[in-house]
Design a protein around this ligand. Structure first.
Ligand code: HEM
Length: 409
């Protein structure tokens, strides 16, 4: 067992009292695995929100986490807004029940498995175009800025129908918006406002002049929603859609290029020999190294309840369903800390579960698979251009990942 300090445990587990993560990187705190395996599977924690330390219960066993995510009626996101580190009010992430279903319903058909399969050629073309830009750097580049971010940003922006020249601006807004540190809350609010103004103009333009894009669909289908909600719908798709995906691509390349696997010094070399295992590798990397800080999405308990494990929660408790812990529950995943590209089934919770299950999960997973397959095929010699411990990781951000990833080939 890995010891954590005495007294109330701070969450996230790896962050010090001053809010700084001294060991940032793609690995989850080892205590998660211990907690998931334990009998109670529940850890009282304190979290810093808006300058205050708020108590919460970290839910760690797989069946319990799934139950919390499944029962929106008993575990409310809307009633936990005061405990959110990122302000997601007005987005589907901050809503419950009928309100949530109405907003999600306006876009969900565009992201079903068949709809996303239909986008496969477009996604491949976007990845190939960006790979050409990367390759033109001539032997070394930053995989985050030169490939992963522009690729993911272009896919979701193309789908929404947002003009190309405006996209550099989205990244600046999005980075501020997703900051979790208290110091950045004012900046986050300002960037959400600026981005909101821009998106409102786009929606308004579509009403007079419809096009064949998702912005037009939102402009029509969500017209009855409050302005704030209409604007935050494309905002959540845009920000949720590029940052998570781009961070997954660069984090997974980092891991494949720095971790051994099946007798190979680097898992990358194993995949060069077994390209048919890319899908399994991506799913396993999602399980062990989720880039979404979903553990930051607290819920409020709406009535006294007993979880599948027998643990009791009281009305009013704030709970954090920890997918990072649940993904290590040995009752579901044999030898959970072992990276196994052949793990089947692999029902990880890194895209959430239940009503808030990531609306873009099929698209995000497709983008990551397409990107890795292409990089392995076209740049097989791709490797880190710095020592693994020299890579800088994002701090105080709802999405985990490297700030930049220097690579060469
Ligand atoms: C591979 C990358 C991705 C990861 C790891 C990821 C992760 C997640 C997780 C864990 C949730 C659930 C949060 C909760 O339960 O409270 C979520 C929700 C969401 N994701 Fe993703 N996501 C990814 C890609 C995408 C993409 C590509 C899009 C946009 C097209 C997107 C848009 C959203 C939205 C709008 C929600 C809110 C859904 C709701 O509340 O009903 N995500 N995502």
């Amino acid at each position: 067992m890995v010891a954590v300090e005495d007294g109330p445990v701070r969450h996230p587990l790896n962050v010090d009292a001053d809010g700084i993560d001294r060991t940032p990187g793609p690995d989850k705190h080892p205590y998660y695995a211990h907690l998931a395996a334990s009998d109670s599977g529940i850890l009282p924690v304190v979290r810093q929100v808006g300058g205050e330390w708020l108590p919460a219960l970290l839910i760690c066993r797989y069946d319990d986490v799934r139950e919390v995510l499944r029962r929106q009626d008993l575990f409310s996101r809307a009633a936990a807004a005061h405990a959110d580190q990122v302000d997601v009010s007005g987005t589907m992430l901050g809503m419950d029940g009928a309100e949530h279903a109405a907003v999600r319903g306006t876009v969900k058909d565009s992201f079903t498995k068949p709809a996303v399969s239909g986008l496969s050629d477009t996604v491949c073309a976007a990845a190939e175009a960006q790979l050409a830009v990367l390759a033109a750097r001539g032997g070394s580049a930053d995989l985050v800025g030169d490939f992963a971010v522009p690729f993911a940003l272009n896919v979701i922006s193309d789908l929404l129908g947002l003009p190309e020249p405006d996209r550099a601006q989205f990244r600046r807004w999005g980075d501020m918006f997703m900051g979790t540190a208290d110091l950045t809350r004012a900046e986050a609010a300002r960037s959400a406002e600026e981005m909101g103004g821009y998106l409102w103009q786009q929606l308004d333009g579509r009403r007079g002049c419809p096009r064949d894009d998702l912005m037009t669909r939102i402009a029509t289908a969500a017209a009855e929603q409050p302005v704030d909600v209409q604007v935050k719908l494309p905002l959540s798709l845009l920000v949720g859609g590029w940052e998570t995906t781009a961070s997954s691509i660069s984090t997974f390349v980092y891991l494949l290029r720095s971790r051994p696997y099946a007798g190979h010094d680097h898992a990358w070399d194993y995949l060069l020999e077994h390209p048919e295992q890319v899908d399994g590798a991506v799913t396993e990397l999602e399980r062990l190294h989720s880039t979404s800080n979903g553990d930051e999405m607290p819920r409020r308990v709406m009535a006294d309840v007993t979880l599948p494990s027998g643990a009791r929660l009281a009305e009013g408790d704030i709970v954090i369903p920890s997918h990072d812990a649940a993904n290590r529950d040995p009752r579901v995943f044999a030898d959970p800390e072992r990276m196994d590209f052949g793990r089947d089934p692999n029902p990880h919770l890194s895209f959430g579960y239940g009503p808030h299950y990531c609306v873009g999960a099929h698209l995000g997973a497709l983008e990551v698979r397409v990107a890795l397959t292409l990089l392995l095929r076209e740049l097989p010699a791709l490797r880190l251009a710095v020592a693994p411990n020299e890579v800088r990781w994002k701090q105080g951000h709802a999405i985990l990942g490297p700030v930049e990833l220097p690579v060469k080939w």
